[in-house]
Design a protein around this ligand. Structure first.
Ligand code: FES
Length: 177
């Protein structure tokens, strides 16, 4: 069918093999690449080789069109029938792409990337809530139904890790000096 693949920042890299496989399987693939600025748009040439259309969105309008990834996705949805969406990028980006596709009933797959420790489903570091149930990204994912992921919880958890990392860094810096 027709698939919209939305990639933000470094999330564009893991999206490339998905785009290539979708195209090879005979789908119509529309890729939306988003970044804060022109320099952060990556793999455009490779994406063009495997996409029927590439829409580029930058926050500052320095390349492609000025706007958010969701604007590019919604433009396609309003224009034609979309059967499936993939979104890979920062959690906040995947949250809003999922919110964009949900009212249209377009199945949306996201790829979560929380901090992982053991990667075997034992430590619980990568846990998130999907459809009200606890899941481990490392063994149950990393791909999940974007309409069922509790993104707010995932974003809050990643902020806790960032704060702890910052504290550890400051402590180390203190001892080293
Ligand atoms: Fe430890 Fe997934 S990384 S449970």
């Amino acid at each position: 069918g027709t698939v919209v693949c939305a990639g933000g920042g470094v999330g564009v890299a893991p999206m490339l093999p998905i785009v290539q496989a979708l195209k090879a399987a005979g789908n119509r693939v529309i890729t939306v690449l988003a970044g804060r600025t022109k320099e952060l748009i990556i793999l455009e040439k490779e994406m063009r080789e495997s996409s029927d259309e590439v829409i580029i969105m930058t926050d500052d309008g320095s390349y492609g069109r000025k706007g958010l990834v969701t604007e590019g996705v919604e433009e396609v949805i309003k224009r034609e029938t979309v059967n499936k969406c993939f979104a890979i990028g920062p959690a906040i980006m995947m949250k809003f792409v999922s919110k964009t596709t949900e009212p249209y009933g377009i199945p949306t797959t996201v790829s979560m990337s929380p901090i992982m420790v053991d990667g075997t489903g034992m430590c619980g570091g990568c846990r998130l809530t999907v459809d009200g149930k606890m899941k481990f990204t490392c063994v149950d994912g990393p791909e999940f139904d974007g309409h069922l992921v509790d993104f707010d919880e995932a974003i809050a958890r990643s902020k806790i890790y960032e704060a702890q990392e910052q504290k550890m860094f400051e402590r180390r810096h203190h001892y080293c000096n």
